[in-house]
Write a protein that binds this ligand. Sequence first.
Ligand SMILES: [Fe+2]
Ligand SMILES: [Fe+2]
Length: 391
Amino acid sequence: MQATRLAALIAPLSGVFDLAESQAPGHAARVTHIALTLCSRLDLSASSRRTVLYAGLLHDAGVAVAELPTNVEGNGGHASAGAWVASRFGLDTEVQNTIASTHERWDGGGWPHGVAGEDVSVEARVINAAHWANDIAEGSESPLRSRAALQKLHPRDVTGLAGPEIADALADVVRDDDTWTMMWDEHLSMMIAGRATSEGRASVKNVERIAVAMGEVTDAALRETGRSARVAELSTQLARRMGMPQSERRAIGVAARLLDIGQLGVPRHVTEKPAILSREKMELMRAHPGLDARLTEHALGMSELAQLVHAHHERLDGRGYPDMLDNYEIPLASRILAVADSYWALRADRPHRESFSDAEAREILEAGAGERHDGDVVMMLEPSLGEKIAS
Ligand SMILES: [Fe+2]
Ligand SMILES: [Fe+2]
């Protein structure tokens, strides 16, 4: 696995959070871009810039998280959920606190604490000012109109939000055509990652940690706590039983954490599905392995892992999705992931049915062996293997 900087991992993931909140694509990246430009104008320290970078990219991450895991304390609201997501990525308390303060205002009229003046950190105020300007830009009908709207910005419009110094700097920064042109660049998130300081070179361990974090965030947004860990554990055990070498087992364990991260970008009314989906919603769901794979590829730069993830809903009989591959066109690792993923989906409560027992789940999988799933992999599911993993 190649080394990647932490920012290069997190920048593309911020795009998922845009989608989850039905924000304009690139929302988090644009806010971060304006905020970093403000940091330069204000001559803030390297450590402030780093905080602004990560807090900007993740400022809406909490919106995707419907419920915090029960063992996490939070004062409610998406800002504190966003701080939790940042902590899962291994980001420090500066970043977490900044995300939690992105609704506080200089004039004290914000929330959740209503603090005022310099009690709202400069990093949080920079992000708030950038967010305000970006809202104007996104609210305009076209990039050119947004340019005109931003040119009219007066510092007093932002003083109550961010304080006089930042307000002056913002009025300055948004009048600069470079700021405005870059906002609409499709590679903006990558350019932001490139501007980041060079700390946090990602080792295999770092990549694994990001994958674990993404799995936990996906669990909190769409499934039950611990699902991604259970799918990873069952996948690696099945891979061991199938005689796969350690390096491949490790890759399968990472891929298992990344299944369905693309569903964070599918609107909630589709993922919180009743038993029957309309055709249009079915299409959206069928697109998720592609999204999972794109994110894996962009964030981790690992195309082999992306391939495994891409094929986790393929079926041996060629009736799966997205590519309708058949039999041995599907990598063994993906066939293993499919069995582990289905097993734990059956074991979970759903809105329209209760969870199946271990025996029932295995029976259902065995019934589909050779058509839906690889029979050799299903055979490795011994009685109560699931109970051992769940306990
Ligand atoms: Fe936002
Ligand atoms: Fe899936």
